[in-house]
Design a protein around this ligand. Structure first.
Ligand code: GDP
Length: 298
């Protein structure tokens, strides 16, 4: 995560050398509002995977931790069981100035984890901001955790997230919540049928579970297996990973160009001056941007 150019060069070399050993995994994105049970779910789900002989890496993208230094996803004290599991690795959200930067580091970490033999990668994020889109762009399967009985507004879930979901899992389906969870499941199943068929040809599934009591967890893994079989057979799995690689190529160029630009001393100085000029109506933001870009080292 160092911004020192020497470190970055070394890091890039390492990641590049890891590449031939990466890719042999399933990457699963998990999102849901705070309190829905993400950590509890990942703990149960992760233990399920490790009990079958898999190696699980849990990565996180938490935009709040980079923007105001406070973290919604919390630290390592979560997932107490999984933390102790020899076959699990849990990494908190990278720090960084922008979601783009944080996402890029997470993406690089996926490669390192895969090269280190982790074949099941969870990427967790909270249902705020643009972080879901970032996670969606680096996973094979996108899972949305929800609660029964709370309206969409209440859960802060945007329509776009439902569209991205390959499965909606209604958590806390236990005790007096079971009936409501089943009702919610039916409602979502109906609603999902109204969306156009996905490029993957996969019909998103809705199911209930209780992460806390460990009920319905195996069924979620079965859904993911079915998805993998379908998309590997129809070629979508590979198409999507290629698309994601292209997306990340362009995204990385964007990042590099920006970092390179803003780090230049001349630019820093000129930015300040143009800022004042704009304030005093001596120039426009557009003209200033043009001049600044001309000033930038090629
Ligand atoms: P996160 O903020 O999404 O990571 O949510 P947590 O995993 O921290 O869970 C929030 C609270 O909900 C905790 O008190 C959990 O014990 C509780 N919880 C999580 N999953 C379940 C569940 O399946 N059933 C019940 N009854 N409680 C749960």
């Amino acid at each position: 995560e160092s911004t020192n150019p020497n470190h970055q060069q070394k890091a890039n070399e390492i990641i590049e050398k890891c590449l031939p050993y990466a890719n042999k995994s399933i990457r699963i994105g998990i999102t849901g509002v705070p309190g829905v049970g993400k950590s509890t779910f990942i703990e149960s789900f992760g233990k399920f995977f490790t009990s079958k002989g898999n190696k699980v890496a849990v990565l996180a993208i938490d935009p709040s931790s980079s923007i105001n230094k406070g973290s919604i996803l919390g630290d390592k004290t979560r997932m107490e069981e999984l933390v102790k599991d020899q076959n699990a690795y849990i990494r908190p959200s990278p720090s960084g100035e922008s979601l783009g930067g944080v996402a890029q580091k997470t993406r690089e970490t996926i490669i390192l984890c895969e090269a280190a033999g982790f074949n099941t990668i969870f990427i967790e994020t909270v249902g705020v901001g643009q972080s879901e889109t970032a996670v969606h762009s680096m996973v094979d399967f996108f899972l949305l955790l929800k609660l029964a009985g709370a309206g969409d507004e209440l859960q802060g879930i945007k329509r776009g997230i439902i569209e991205m979901a390959d499965a909606i899992v209604i958590n806390k389906a236990d005790n007096e919540n079971i009936k409501n969870a089943k009702l919610a499941k039916n409602e979502f199943s109906r609603a999902l049928h109204l969306y156009p068929i996905k490029e993957s040809k996969w019909q998103p599934k809705v199911t209930t579970c209780s992460a806390f009591y460990n009920i319905g967890i195996e069924n979620v893994s079965k859904i993911i297996n079915d998805y993998m079989s379908l998309t590997q057979e129809n070629g979508y799995f590979e198409i999507r990973r290629n698309e994601q690689n292209n997306y990340w190529l362009l995204e990385t160029i964007d990042q590099e160009l920006k970092t390179n630009f803003y780090q230049q001393t001349a630019i820093k100085k000129a930015l300040e001056e143009y800022g004042k000029a704009i304030k005093n109506s001596k120039t426009t933001p557009f003209k200033a941007a043009e001049e600044l870009l001309k000033l930038s080292k090629k």
